[in-house]
Ligand binder design. Structure first.
Ligand code: GRF
Length: 214
């Protein structure tokens, strides 16, 4: 399964996806990394892994539709049939989401439907929740919404700052995102009435919740 990964920055989730695709039991390869920002650090990670990269700079397009068309063209030209959003900070158009329905994933650093949108670490701290975490879901036109594939619970510490909480959640992101991609590439994931069903997954041992590793 050829996968395109969209980034805007650091690319640590991209790196986790690159690593899992190098495992023998993951029938997927990352064939393209797309960044909307020319200086995204994740582009170096892709280059280091020998993965093709393209910059589709949103500031050079006069409409969201034109930007999304350029993204779509780049992905199809690379022969990709699946997209992973990994810290991609642009909202894609409804048409794009419909064209890629159930073939585009996103990761969000909260336990959706709690804390959708931006600044979710600060909002979790302000709300005084004791548990937050991260969610891998199929992307839908509504932001941070869509059928949930995997989640991880992460404790909030009394002295947490946005940064310390984000760093703790990121560790779990780097486990559940690769695991979700592996399960999909293995053909074990179905969406039935907007609920994700996963074949032969060991729920009893928390394989989908707080997995020990990808
Ligand atoms: C991650 O926390 C992800 O959940 C959020 O943006 C951050 C991207 O980090 N959408 P990285 O670029 O993958 O390191």
């Amino acid at each position: 399964m050829k996968v395109a990964v969209f980034i805007s920055g650091r690319g640590t989730n991209l790196q986790a996806l690159i690593d899992v695709c190098n495992q023998d039991d993951t029938p997927a390869e990352i064939a393209l990394v797309v960044s909307n920002r020319p200086n995204a650090q994740g582009l170096q990670r892709a280059a280091a892994a020998g993965i093709a990269t393209v910059v589709v700079d949103h500031t050079t397009f006069d409409s969201r539709e034109a930007f999304d068309k350029a993204l779509d063209t780049a992905v199809r030209r690379a022969g990709c049939e699946f997209i992973c959003l990994a810290g991609f900070m642009r909202v894609l158009t409804d048409d794009f989401m419909r064209d890629w329905r159930d073939r585009i994933l996103n990761i969000h650093p909260a336990i959706l439907p709690a804390f959708p949108g931006l600044n979710c670490h600060a909002r979790a701290i302000e709300a005084g929740v004791k548990i937050t975490g991260c969610t891998v879901h199929y992307a839908r036109p509504e932001l941070d919404n869509g059928p949930i594939i995997a989640q991880a619970a992460v404790p909030v510490m009394p002295d947490d700052t946005e940064e310390t909480l984000a760093a703790r959640i990121l560790e779990s992101e780097h486990r559940i995102y690769p695991m979700a991609l592996k399960l999909i590439a293995q053909g074990r994931v179905r969406v039935v009435n907007e609920i994700v069903r996963i074949q032969d997954v060991d729920l009893a041992n928390g394989e989908l919740v707080n997995p020990a590793s990808a």
